[in-house]
Every structure is written in C-alpha cells, then in structure tokens.
Design a protein around this ligand. Structure first.
Ligand SMILES: *Cc1c(COP(=O)(O)O)cnc(C)c1O
Length: 237
C-alpha cells in the first residue's frame, strides 16, 4: 500500500514515507542511512512538532521567521522536543541574527550580504550554523536562490565566514520543469563548483512531497517534505 490517500493518521504517513524512502534509496543503489528526512511543519501548530518528535522525527523545516520563532519559543516553555530546526524559506538579512538563535541550519542562503548577516560573532558560546547555498534553477529571481553562474563567490564567502559550516546546495525544482533534470543539474553544480572548494560539503537538500523520488535518484541527502507527512496545510493566515 502506498500513499494512504485520504486515510491513515500521522504515524501511518510517517511510517509509510520512511518505508518508501528506504525503498527508493535502495533502488538507486544508495544507503537509506544517508538520507535526512526533514518534516516541513509550516502553517501547522507547534504541537505538531511535538507529535512528530514522538514519532522519531529529528528534523523539522520552517519557512517563515515569525512563525518559526513563535513555535520554537512555545515549545521551549515545557521541555523542548529533541529536534533540529531547519530554516528553508527566503530570508531577509535583518532577520538573520534572530533566525540564528533557534535554527540549526539555514537552507536558503542565496547572497553574499546574507552570509555576512548570518556570520558568527566569534563568541565561543555561539553554536555553529549549518548552511546550504540555494541555487535558483529558473529565470525568475523571485523564486529565491543564487543564479548558477554566481554560485562560486557565494560558496567561497560561506567558507570564509566565522561560525558557518557549509553543508552543500539546496534547490527547489522549477514549476513545470522535469524534476529529475533539475536535480541532476544541482548535483552537477555541486561536483563542479562546490566539491573542488570544499570536499566535505557534498550534501544536497532537494526533493519535496511531489518530487522526492526523483531527488533521491539524483543523490539528495536532505528531503524537505511537508504535505506527504502532515496532510494538507491549513490555509495561510
Ligand atoms: C513548503 C516547502 C517544502 C515542503 O513542500 P511539500 O510540497 O509540502 O512537501 C519544501 N521546501 C520548501 C522550500 C518549502 O517552502
């Protein structure tokens, strides 16, 4: 049984997705242990993060600072769940310091000025932040991400920054594009632009509810999956 359309609770959807991810990884000749499943909880209440943590989810994704900060603060009040917070949405530089306070990783780093804003203060009490540089695979600058030809300088700036640990690249497949082709292009950019500068930064954050299979086949290491786990999102407030 796949997909559990319309039925099944949260636990069933998590279990089913885990199983399908494992199968897809093995079918691609990959070790399922290489995959990090990030459950995207945007628009859902903080209580969902706690429910997911109880089901063994260790990574959650949020795309809006205000919302993420509020949920994080709410959960801190009575015993925070053991999850890592991944910030995956477009980020204004003036919110960068605040995001750094709760986020373990930012997947949407797409310009040098944002790297400067996220850079650590050199204070040894401050945690390092994991960073993915987002690539824009479309011609629409509104979609977020660095144009491919400008990737090198942004990667170099992250590597030179205090308190930032470059993990790899992030991308969202273009609307109406062939996701397999888009994800293959990201892998190729990683091999050609990132690995020569930073051999340890080979992670690929790509694949969402509708295209994670293609992403796994193309080497994704971090899957950002919302609706396939949570069901439909409540309408944005
Ligand atoms: C919302 C979102 C996701 C998850 O999308 P689903 O289609 O619900 O799986 C993944 N990545 C980003 C950047 C998002 O904003």
């Amino acid at each position: 049984m796949t997909g559990l359309p319309g039925g099944g609770g949260l636990a069933d959807r998590v279990a089913s997705l885990r199983e399908q991810l494992g199968d897809a990884a093995r079918a691609a000749g990959r070790d399922p242990g290489e995959l990090t499943l990030i459950a995207v909880t945007k628009f859902h209440p903080a209580s969902l993060v706690r429910e997911l943590a109880a089901l063994g989810i260790r990574d959650v994704g949020e795309s809006r600072h205000q919302e993420a900060a509020a949920k994080h603060a709410e959960l801190e009040l009575d015993g925070p769940p053991a999850v890592r917070w991944h910030f995956i949405g477009q980020l204004q530089s003036n919110k960068a310091r605040a995001v750094r306070r709760y986020a373990d990783a930012v997947h949407s780093v797409d310009r040098v000025s944002l790297v400067s804003a996220l850079e650590g203060s050199g204070d040894s009490s401050e945690r390092d932040l994991d960073v993915f540089v987002q690539v824009n695979l479309t011609d629409d600058p509104g979609r977020g991400g660095v144009p491919r030809e400008e990737l090198g300088p942004v990667v170099e700036r992250v590597l030179a920054a205090e308190g930032l640990r470059l993990r790899g690249l992030m991308a969202v497949a273009g609307l109406g594009a062939d996701p397999a082709r888009d994800f293959a292009a990201v892998r190729e950019l990683r091999d050609r632009v990132v690995l020569p500068l930073a051999p340890e930064a080979g992670a690929l954050s790509m694949g969402m509810s509708g295209d994670w299979r293609e992403a796994v086949a193309q080497g994704a290491t971090h899957l950002r999956i919302g609706t396939a786990i949570t069901g439909n999102r409540p309408l944005a407030a």
